[in-house]
Design a protein around this ligand. Sequence first.
Ligand code: GLA
Length: 731
Amino acid sequence: MQDLIEFDEQRKVFHLHNTKISYLFSVEDGNVLSHLYFGKAITKYHGQLRYPRIDRGFSGNLPGSTDRGFSRDTLPQEYSSNGTGDYRIPAVIIQHNNGSYADAFCFKNYKIENGKPQLEGLPQAYVKNPNEAQTLTVTLEDQINQIEVDLLYTIYRNRAVITRAACVKNNSKDSVTLEKVASMQLDFVAKKFDSICLPGAHANERHFDRAKIDYGVKSFESRRGTSSHHMNPFVALVDEKTDEFSGEAYGFNFVYSGNHAFQIEKDQIGQTRIVVGINDYDFSWKLDAGKTFQTPEVLLVYSANGLNEMSQEYHHIIRERVVRSKFKYQERPILVNNWEATYFDFDEEKLKPIVDEAKSLGIEMFVLDDGWFGKRDDDTSSLGDWKVYHKKFPQGLKHFSDYVHEQKLKFGIWFEPEMISIDSDLYRAHLDYLMQVPKRDPSPSRSQFVLDMSRAEVRDNIYTQMVEILDEGIDYVKWDMNRHLSDVYSLGLPPKQQGEVYHRYILGVYELLEKLTQRYPNILFEGCSGGGGRFDAGWAYYMPQSWTSDNTDAIARLTIQYGTSLAYPISTITAHVSAIPNHQTGRKTPLKTRSDVAMSGVFGYELDLTQMTLQEKNDVKEQVAFYKSIRKLVQFGDFYRLKNPTNGNQAAWMFVSSNRDEVMVFVFQILAFAQPEFTKTILVGLDEDRTYQDVVTKEEFTGLELMNLGIYDPVAQEDYTSKIYHFKALK
Ligand code: GLA
């Protein structure tokens, strides 16, 4: 096996490389680590093309050095220290025992090993065998403060992916306070970037947003205690000319579900620094003598061929090496969820006909959503009481789940484990489980409050309650979180350590999830947080799929699913057909369009099947059968975005099987016009010389025709239309 990481002892240069990418950095004067290059693979670095030296006013030099051309303030670095002359955004800020915030981290030693070490208690990309990746650990040290930082770099053999994380170790005799610990930093020279991020709101998540990086600091972050609908923990830096198919793109995908920050600074000489990690907002961490602090990791991707290639790298690494569940390779069941069908107004007798209908339509799973527990008739009570509501299920939950199983459907159930209602037995028994600042009334949100998941006794209580339900033969769990953190405080920590609560909260949630997913390997877990409020790679480690948005309107979903696909694989993106007028937007879209949008992800229904007309039921039956025939391709094929709906009237995307035998193309038109301009959809990713046959019309085309002439889009005299093409290569 060829080594993926080399260290040139003479020139003091590290080179991480595979067939796709190279990443280079060196040890410079004063043992400062300097970034040299991240991009297309180079076979060898001869050591000459180094950062130039020049005396720049007001950018100071190393202590004891007479070289005025070398400054920490301008040097591209790997992990910058605070308070010692680099005025740009630091990667780490530590308050020491003498009150100082200054560090100068210098190269101490390094280690190269096969595989990838486990990051304790955190989600992460993993390896299946040690040969598929190598890991470099570079240890930096501040000798005066006796603090070490390990920088971890893992490069995979066949992917354009590097993972990075950092680990701080306190070797001094005193406690120190970590005020900030980024997972990574990357400095770029001579590049002009746009940023692409995925901002949004509840029911309006992950819009594709592109803007120029200019002087100053730009920050994309969450302060909500979770990764949030509002700013997804993913950012790309792309060349100004980069599009879906050409140009450079650097992706940064943070494997973490708590507060995050992506800080980007364009400095005095036009260089760009990006620092990614746990948000330092309301963060501080007491690091006792001899202790370590491990950061979560970032998945870095480089693409020389535009955004689609970057996304495909993310789709691959998350699907293959972040998701762990046995379901990662399994075709996911088509479900019907009762939320938009009934909301809280249901009981066993009302649900049974929906189950019966689902069975006759070929649907494979029934999901019982919010309202089955405690005394939950609306959203003001019972969170924390995970016992069946006997008014709705007089003979117990098992009686109903048996009924569902007898119809040969799987049975799924909804939980919101991190929350508590004031009107709950849990609250009456344990007032102190509710997270709040002493003497201060906490703020409600959706009439509910947050449990202090940083405390083991709180997690144990919820775990015990959930296990009782899950032991009863549950096939699927939807894990929800319907508010964000406020009034953050833990009775489990002394006053001086309250800055640890946000991070300890998410570590506690991860621990609970680890226990549950290990205990129930046969349960399919679906993430959710008021729709897509926790759609992140950290969550994917525990849950192979996530509810993408509470917005089920087909047209709104075009932009949401388009944006989500930038960083996350289709097998994680769940999408349901719902009723019209749509409950979030009031829009009326054709059933076919709703189904085509939902079929572009992990497919399901979320409406009262019993209320449909005979014609609609027939259509649904066909949709279900059709999706079963294409779902392998959709969920596990190569996905390409073709037309961005964000600023346009169309969306288009396609799926190609790995052997390029089978192809699905989806084209959506939002509004109709009287004198329409003709438009085309040009396909990509096919074999040039093979003949592809349209499964419906039997027309034949070579790959070259489809990828050059393209297909004229249909002209529809109706708003909100869609068209699917299904091609198979002739043998
Ligand atoms: C959230 C979810 C919905 C539904 C409701 C139930 O909003 O995203 O799908 O489960 O909670 O309260």
